[in-house]
Write a protein that binds this ligand. Sequence first.
Ligand SMILES: Cc1cc2nc3c(=O)[nH]c(=O)nc-3n(C[C@H](O)[C@H](O)[C@H](O)COP(=O)(O)OP(=O)(O)OC[C@H]3O[C@@H](n4cnc5c(N)ncnc54)[C@H](O)[C@@H]3O)c2cc1C
Length: 460
Amino acid sequence: MDINQISELFAQAIGAKNVITGERLALRGTGYCAASYDGDVLLTPCSAQEVSEVCRLAAEHGLAIVPHGGLTGLVQGTATAPGQVALSLEKMNRILDLDPVQGVVTAEAGVTLQQVIDAAEPHGFAPGVDLPSRGSCTLGGLASTNAGGIQAIRYGMARDNILGLEAVLADGTILDLNNTLLKNNAGYDLKQLFIGSEGTLGVITKITLRLHSRPSSVQTALIGCAGTEDLFQVLASTRKAFGASLLSFEAMWPEFFTQIATHLGNRLVSPDCGIYGVIETGQWGEPGQDDALTVFLAQCFEDGLLQDGTVAQSETQRRTIWQLREDADVIESLSGPCLSYDVGLRLNDIPGYVEQLQERIARDCPGVGCYVFGHMGDGNLHIMAGPAPDPISHAAIDGAVYGVLQQFAGTTVSAEHGIGLEKRAHLPLSRPDAAIAAMKQLKAALDPKCMLNPGKIFAC
Ligand SMILES: Cc1cc2nc3c(=O)[nH]c(=O)nc-3n(C[C@H](O)[C@H](O)[C@H](O)COP(=O)(O)OP(=O)(O)OC[C@H]3O[C@@H](n4cnc5c(N)ncnc54)[C@H](O)[C@@H]3O)c2cc1C
């Protein structure tokens, strides 16, 4: 079928204005995946029924569907090849119900995380998942990538916060797996199949999220330590001292921190530390121990664990601290396009991994910068490395990141971003053959013709 025939087919089901091609499509940003619109057709259905009709028609005509959320995914999961059809949930952007007694919110899958944060705040709630891409990423994207983020140390990943969902299968069946109960063991918990499956098993159309009491105040600190061992000791002590009040514990290696701090003209802490961390703690109820983090960090200084540190004294300062951690795009604006990685290791292996990685990149990839940061409390490192202008340098950097990773046990090539197309070749490093075979059986059972996001995670 040519583009006109495809447009005509879907226009009958969802209206011509919801079939976007040509100039209207060319005007759109492709997000973090340059190939998001290579199929030249984007559908924007307005309801689960319309998504169902689109899937039914697509299956009938052998057209693959690629679900799109906010296009902030970092593993090419929204790449839409010629002959495939992109399906965006952007018009399904309504919060349907927020129940402050139950502490749950139900929303259409195209709702952004920021919309949920804003809707929950007046009721004294917040979603447990929070990411730097909160302004654009959608609940459908969060669910299908099982996103982690900056508060996973406290509230877990998306999977731990999703109570129910609705998904449309490849043949158009609408599967109502919605649920607002904290406890529901009536048979298999099928929603889990769709969480983290990157749009390969169904199009998620509705989600119910658990909400959490918003802290009445937070304390945020930027700290600098001589090295990773000291930062680990601070992490261990922070866990002991703050328990469930510890919301975030992030790390930035000097190459990453210095680039961003210099760019932002930030002088909150010394530029000469061996490693940097961001700690955020919450307080619930009446004000009382607003300086608990300050007191705790003063003790860390006395114990020789900190080289420098500052606790935010205002919301503006808090935002500045988070900007240092979250503005990773600055690295690319200064150093050119980078490859990005998202590995997971046991905490004790992190110092050895980073040291060996930096040595290997210096040896095998001359001229390539290596910038490491991430969710230290979760053992999740993000690595940006570049420039990698050609496939040979790309392969050399991949070889360094994953070659060194293989020397450690119990690691993952994807702690939170997923596999998409980008990390497909490396999936066997993290999952045994039998597990990948079981994944393929599951895919064949739910999507036998491989119509949903084909080629993502593994080849059908
Ligand atoms: C600045 C920045 C910071 C980030 N920080 C984090 C972080 O801390 N933690 C983290 O985990 N991730 C992070 N990410 C990655 C990304 O934001 C998350 O993976 C997010 O969950 C993707 O949501 P999205 O709506 O943009 O999805 P998209 O990018 O549109 O899609 C991502 C994947 O989900 C599928 N998909 C999207 N919507 C649906 C749907 N309704 N049904 C079925 N499949 C669907 C797509 O096919 C694709 O495979 C970050 C990204 C950026 C740009």
